[in-house]
Design a protein around this ligand. Sequence first.
Ligand code: PGA
Ligand code: ZN
Length: 393
Amino acid sequence: MIEDIELRKILDSRGNATVEAEVYTDVATGRFSCASGASTGEHEVVSFAGSVDKSIEHVDKEKLIGLSVFDQKGFDAKLHEIDGTENFSFIGGNVATALSIACARCAANTLSVPLYLYLGGRFATSLPLPLGNVLGGGKHAVGGTDIQEYLAISTAPRFIDRAFGNAAVHKKVKELLQKRFPEEAIGKGDEGAWVAKLSNEEALQMVKEACDSVSDSMGFSIRAGLDFAASELFDGTHYRYKEKKRTKEEQISFVAELVDKYGLYYVEDPLEEEDFDGFAQLTAQVGGKALICGDDLFVTNRARVVKGIELKAANCVLIKPNQVGTLSDTADTVDLARKNGYSTVVSHRSGETEDSTIAHLAIAFSSTGIKCGAVGGERIAKLNELIRLEEEL
Ligand code: PGA
Ligand code: ZN
């Protein structure tokens, strides 16, 4: 039984306020702190009701105390009831997510089993491919590329080698940037990816060169991927890049060409968040050779994934629990995706905390990937947890 609940305001990696929840039984505690996005989807639930403090005030803890810690669905239904809105705008989706996942953690700790095992069972044993952001721009950086994220994806048999592979690509990109811009200052964006004045395709060439070079020296394949975060580029009629603007049709052929030319493994949000049809056209063209993933398109929302499946809009769903607000809603979306042959990639947010729980979710959900950055304290928290879990598994 849940004996007590604590909510507090803490810092995220951008220095913004976010929330941490603790759930207690008489024998254990579970804690989770919730990250926040910068390039958020239109259909995500609301993160906070105005402020973190106000959201915390709005939670009627007495309604949660006394519930069974093992009844995750009941706990999450109660969160919806306390909130009373369609989009968690009263208690805030981040507060709901923090409580929901803290409840699961507390349940696992009460049983003295790891969270991945509590949620995923004995057959959830495979480690995800890490998608590491090594170069970027968009809403995560000032003065970088229009495309938000250039990702390295190491495919070594062991997770530890994948993590070090991505970190080595991150280092290699720095070396290439220093060679290219010997006189300029080079910075990092919110997720630790390098930021430099490169055109979108120059940046991809550089990341591809870095992937190939590290792949040769480490002896396993390292592929490149992109998150276009295309809603941020879309002005209502065109996709606006520094070099030119592209119509929907031009955007589709641009992305398809990049997939072919650079052997991309993964493409996220290549079209704006309402364009299921454009997604479907692209998936028909290149879905056989690359993961076409919806982030802002699906916002981890079951109903939007249902629509995506009907329209054959993608073959992969990005999973961010705070886009829907509870672990049960997240798990429903994952279930639906898996039953329909879609891959899932569990993801961090650009404003992260040191919490490593999403590492457990990636294993529990048997996800193909985890997008959690390549370097930086709040990013390696997840990678290092997966290195530990690989040892255990
Ligand atoms: P966000 O972006 O966390 O800033 O929303 C990450 C992403 O678009 O994948
Ligand atoms: Zn995204």
